[in-house]
Design a binder for this molecule. Structure first.
Ligand code: ADP
Ligand code: TYD
Length: 196
């Protein structure tokens, strides 16, 4: 089963994907926990750009995210044969973030050959709260980590979720503006309901 976590920066994607992973392992499942951007060479280039080390046009950045995902596909497909795959961000990030500057149809097209997730969990947290979490916990602020930008990206996610639900995607919006434990309980309940 291919499960994706999506949300704006600071919404708890890394935290919740790790806890869900441990939860499923404790129940006796094999789990492959992964993330995008990856640690592959293209992912490393992306991380340098996100830190602001050098500037790049948005079209090329959008394609780099898709290229990184393309490299990621092989390992995801292999792992899916006998494991749950939990991915911290996938192509919905490409849509919600890059549509700030790039046409959504083009973004959908460059991601059209990638595997459809079984379940996507969108952790919904207001931008203001996310910004506070980021400021309290990070040394470096990345290019998207400004409150106004995060607000726009959250709005983009909400639009995308509605339109992809209509296309038959399983996307669940979960309130992530509560404690880590409460959010995890809601995530675990959602996954268990889906597995029934
Ligand atoms: P993301 O991967 O979405 O950027 P993280 O999981 O890294 O987010 O969380 C960002 C920061 O907020 C971390 O320091 C984390 O410990 C903290 N955090 C995560 N979830 C919560 C929560 N529910 N309440 C308060 N702080 C949280
Ligand atoms: P993030 O999960 O924040 O990495 P880390 O927690 O290690 O800093 O992801 C990096 C950033 O990249 C985040 O701001 C979202 C953005 N992003 C895109 O803009 N497009 C994409 O396709 C992906 C996968 C991520």
């Amino acid at each position: 089963m291919f499960i994706i976590f999506e949300g704006i920066d600071g919404s708890g994607l890394t935290t919740q994907s790790k806890i869900l992973s441990t939860h499923l392992e404790k129940k006796g499942n094999k789990v492959f926990l992964t993330k995008e951007p990856t640690n592959n060479p293209i992912g490393k280039i992306i991380r340098d750009i996100l830190k602001g080390s050098y500037k790049l046009d948005q079209e090329t950045l959008a394609l780099l995210f898709a290229a990184d995902r393309s490299m990621h596909m092989d390992s995801i497909k292999k792992e899916l044969k006998d494991s749950f795959v939990i991915c911290d961000r996938y192509y919905f990030s490409n849509f919600a973030y890059q549509m700030l500057q790039i046409d959504l149809d083009h973004l959908i097209q460059i991601n059209s050959r990638f595997l459809k997730p079984d379940l996507t969990i969108f952790l919904d947290v207001p931008a203001e709260i996310c910004k506070k979490r980021i400021d309290e916990n990070r040394e470096h602020i990345e290019i998207f980590e400004h409150q106004e930008t995060l607000e726009k990206i959250r709005e983009n996610y909400l639009k995308i979720i509605e339109s992809f639900k209509k296309k038959g995607f399983n996307i669940v919006k979960i309130d992530g503006n509560r404690s880590i434990e409460e959010t995890h309980a809601a995530v675990a309940a959602c996954v268990e309901k889906f597995l029934e």
